[in-house]
Design a protein around this ligand. Structure first.
Ligand code: GLU
Length: 420
């Protein structure tokens, strides 16, 4: 299908076909499960601060509506395309199904560089995007959330734009909002916290000593920075490498993550942070460590570096960091590298988004510790299921995780039937 013509979409399809072969999905069901239900492209003309009008391209892909509304983040990134959005929506479907959330997957976003827009321009493009999406979204149709390049403020603008149109406050139209307008305590930290919770489970299983372990984290955004800090402060792991889009840093004695975080809060990125040595960003991934956490962009672990990874645990905080070719190499190294696949590892964000949506629908309030407890319980259950399935069927953790998700969606599709 041409509108999805994109390497990332191809990768998501290739991953799906591996699962379809493994669980023997009938060929009549494959396309039905794989292709998105609906995809919307919008053009967003915005008044820029310099008096010109600039148009931006926006997308929303709703992968399937079989189990309930669709759910997924909104990404603001310069090269975002319909195909990449569709791949991310497909991954959301398997992620939600694995966690047993009553959602199909979605993803959306705008092809723009949010760091190059003024606050007024960012508000303009965010509001215009939601306004164009009003006919296609709703608390029972499709619920947006944050993703790369978006934050609580942008979610607040989405919620306000939708609510003004309806004539009353509809907090349940988006998740990841500020707590002051119906956001959930702990949503911002939830993805990173989930990643670290699962790393701890893996370390227990592998009988690793946290105090003697080291970690390298790629990406210092909402996921990477929270994960790095929790690994250092809560688990006691020494963080020896961090990176963002501007620089990769390594210090075998350990990096003070709080200081790095404070630096980013002031300067916007890690570029001028001096308490570690600069290294080649590609090499950071293959440096020696016990826990490697890619939590930035997709396709960073490929056939070129998969056999060079020196970590014991690969915890995928990002969506799609490992290509199917790299998976083949990692499958051979299953007893050296313990993979916590993305749809399990980074599910904490959408799980707490689900709590936020339920709270909004029912006007409930939960404390942060209640939210975190519930989050960990779901992750613990998913983790156990994935490990058991992988062991019983002698398949990789990714295959086990995706198969559980795909099977749940397929079962629901079969139960509902095909109309007419
Ligand atoms: N962007 C997050 C993800 O990729 C979560 C989206 C949401 O909360 O809806 O899982």
């Amino acid at each position: 299908m041409n509108i999805y013509n994109d390497e990332v979409f191809q990768m998501a399809c290739d991953q799906f076909q591996v699962i379809a072969d493994y669980i023997n999905i009938d060929k009549n069901d494959r396309d039905r499960l794989m292709y998105p239900k609906r995809s919307i492209a919008v053009t967003l003309p915005i008044h820029m601060d310099d008096g010109t009008t600039q148009t931006f391209q926006g997308y929303r892909v709703q992968h399937h509506l079989t189990l309930g509304p669709t759910k997924g983040g909104t990404r603001f990134a310069p090269n975002l395309s319909m195909g990449e959005t569709a791949a991310l929506a497909m991954w959301m479907s398997w992620k939600c199904a694995l966690a047993n959330l009553p959602y199909g997957g979605a993803k959306g976003g705008i092809a723009c560089d949010p760091t190059k827009l003024s606050r007024r321009e960012l508000e303009g493009v965010s509001r215009r995007y939601m306004q164009e999406m009003i006919p296609f979204v709703g608390p029972h149709t499709d619920i947006m959330g944050p993703d790369m390049g978006t934050n609580e403020q942008i979610m607040a603008w989405f919620m306000d734009t939708y609510s003004v149109y309806q004539g009353y406050a509809v907090s349940e139209i988006v998740t990841g909002k500020p707590v002051s307008i119906g956001g959930t305590e702990g949503r911002r930290e939830s993805t990173g916290r989930g990643v670290v919770y699962l790393i701890e489970r893996a370390m227990d299983m592998l009988k690793m000593d946290a105090e003697k372990s080291t970690a390298i984290i790629q990406g210092f955004g909402n996921v990477g920075s929270v994960a790095a800090l929790a690994l250092e402060r809560k688990v006691g792991v020494k963080v020896v490498g961090i990176s963002d889009a501007t620089v990769a840093l390594y210090n075998p004695k350990g990096i003070d993550v709080r200081a790095a975080e404070q630096h980013v809060a002031k300067k916007g990125n890690l570029r001028a942070f001096t308490e570690a040595d600069r290294v080649d960003p590609n090499e950071l991934l293959t440096m020696k460590c016990d826990v490697l956490v890619p939590s930035a962009v997709d396709r960073v672990i490929t056939e070129k570096n998969a056999d060079k990874l020196q970590c014991r645990i690969l915890a995928e905080g990002a969506n799609g960091p490992t290509t199917p070719e790299a998976d083949l190499l990692l499958n051979e190294r299953w007893d050296e590298v313990f993979v916590i696949p993305d749809i399990l590892c980074n599910a904490g964000g959408v799980i707490v988004s689900y709590f936020e949506w339920v709270q909004g629908l029912q006007s409930f309030l939960w404390t942060e510790s209640e939210v975190t407890d519930k989050l960990f319980r779901i992750l613990q259950h998913s983790f156990a299921q994935v490990i058991r399935r992988a062991k019983d069927h002698k398949v990789s953790h990714r295959t086990a995780a995706m198969a559980i998700g795909v099977e749940r969606v397929m079962k629901a599709k079969h139960a509902r039937g095909l109309f007419p």
